[in-house]
Structure formats: structure tokens, C-alpha cells
Design a protein around this ligand. Sequence first.
Ligand SMILES: Nc1ncnc2c1ncn2[C@@H]1O[C@H](COP(=O)(O)OP(=O)(O)OP(=O)(O)O)[C@@H](O)[C@H]1O
Length: 315
Amino acid sequence: MKLHFIINERAGNGKGKRVWKKLQNELKSPFSYHITEYKGHGIKIAQQIVNEDSASGETFLIIAIGGDGTIHEVMNGVREAPNVLVGAICAGSGNDFSRSFPTFKSSHEIDKYVQESNFEYKTNDCGCFVWNEEKIRFINNAGIGFDAFVAYTANLSRFKKHLNTLGLGKLSYAYSVLKSVFTFKMFDVIVEQGGQQRKYDNVWFVTVSNQPYFGGGMKISPSSIPDDGLLELSIVYNLSRLKLLLMFVTVFFGAHIKLKEFVQVQDEQFTLYINDEVPCHTDGEILGLTKKNSKISCMVQKKCWKAVTKNSNTM
Ligand SMILES: Nc1ncnc2c1ncn2[C@@H]1O[C@H](COP(=O)(O)OP(=O)(O)OP(=O)(O)O)[C@@H](O)[C@H]1O
């Protein structure tokens, strides 16, 4: 099996580089590797690998080394290519991918997986956000509002870099939540589902989930399963700033679902209508701001990618 690595050396404030350096020296299997040089580069590299290797008909493995953003880019480059398996070594700060999908932890695991003749994988769904007429895929979740605002604040934060340096990267999201609670402006949204429309006022965020976790371990959508052909849309609205802060404590345990200000619906597709400028993200990567009269379609893409799975006690 051909083995490719796509590495974001900057992920986790340099953890990507450290992880790759160690792995590179230890790997016994032949491999090719590609270092990302700018935001979005991971998509182009993955596309290029797929274009070059698909013709052979041979199965090949692409391993992303980085955080959720790097894995997100690799997935958007691979798309529905049938003979590609996707794996990851988590080297970011949030690493929500690793909470629902198996990841490699060592060169030994990778060597063992590649050498197996009967490599195991699981076919999963992903979500799609139609943004400016382009379909953007997400593996973990996509969101509009406060969670995107927090991701934006976290990505710009110098404090995040300091926390990463101290090995406390997971705290950076909590810090950004605290800061954003006092600055974020709530918005109104109309959700269309199954031909019915419902309006929500004073919304903090709308999150569409393919797996339970977001923001570095918060269990926003406990019932989400990445291969059930469905997405879960969660809305938090009409909540005071103080109660929102309390909610972010309960969300680590999934207890927030009992709040009357939390609504969740499940379906294959949703359409959102928004009239304000609100930040949006897919897998924590900022897409931009909605505009006046924005219409965002969101749908599941069933069983469209293959994730490496536990194999002979290796992972
Ligand atoms: N060479 C590079 N220079 C600057 N940005 C890069 C480079 N390579 C990748 N990126 C971008 O860095 C961003 C963050 O990457 P990633 O999400 O992997 O790490 P992280 O933010 O540390 O982890 P997490 O998302 O799990 O918190 C992504 O938007 C990615 O496109």
C-alpha cells in the first residue's frame, strides 16, 4: 500500500513539526511526504495525490499530521476518491477528530497497518455546507455564530500560542469562550427542515454535527454518530450571557441537552436563513461572515470516506 503524509508543521504551535521529525526517523515503510506551506495548501496536496495515484487502482493511505484544520483540508482534497484511506496523527490543540475516529499514535502502528494485507477501514459520512455556491465538507461539525466567533478569536489569540507552548492548548478554547461571551452579538435564524420553517430569535449558535465533540472536547451533540446517514442541528438561543457561560461547563458532560434554551433536530438536510453578519466555520476553519438574506444549505454525504480503524490491536 502506498503511504503519503501531509504535515502541518505549525499545528499545535510546532507540535506538528516535532511529531513529524520523530516519526520520519522511526518509520520503516516507504513513504512520500508533503509539508503544508499556507492555509488551504492541504487541500491542493491531497487533490494532487489523488489525481496522480487514483489511475493505478491501487489503494493508498493518506495520513494527516496536524490538528482538525489539517484533517479538514485533507478530506476536502480527497473528496469521494474510492481507493483512498484517510488516517491521522493528532498534533493540534483541539483534536476533536481523535475523539470519534481512531488515529495512529506511533510509527510502529503505521508500519504494522501498511504491512497488513487485509487492512481494516470504516466508511463514514461527512457533512456539506454550501457556501457561496461551493460545497465545503466537514467531518466533525460546522457552525454559525458563537462557536465560529470563538474559533476566530482563538485563531487570532496570542494567548493560544502561549498555552500551546506550555502544553495547555486545550485551555485556549475555554479562554476564547470566556472572552467572546461578553463581545458576541446574538442573531435571528430561520431553520427549514422537512418542508417546515421555524424561526429562532436571540440565537447564540447553530451547530451541525457529524460526531459528538466540538471546541476541543465539548460534547455538544452526544447522540451524533458519524456513519448513521444523519446530521444533528443544535441551537442555543434566548440565553443570558451568564447562563451561556454555565452551559459551557455542562457541555463537557453533555448535560446541556436538558436546557429549555437548547434545541436539537436530526435530519439529512437543513436550510438556514440569516439576515445578519454572523461568522461561520467548518471543523473550526473560518469560512467568513453571512450577509443580508443569506441562505445556507447543509446536507449529509453518506458513507463517502474511509477511515482507518483498529487493526490487530495496533491502534
Ligand atoms: N505553513 C502554514 N502556515 C500557516 N498556516 C498553515 C500552514 N499550514 C497549514 N496552515 C493552516 O493552519 C491552520 C491550523 O491548523 P490545524 O487546525 O491543523 O492546527 P491547530 O489549530 O493547532 O489544531 P486544532 O484545529 O485541532 O485546534 C489551518 O487553517 C491550516 O490551513
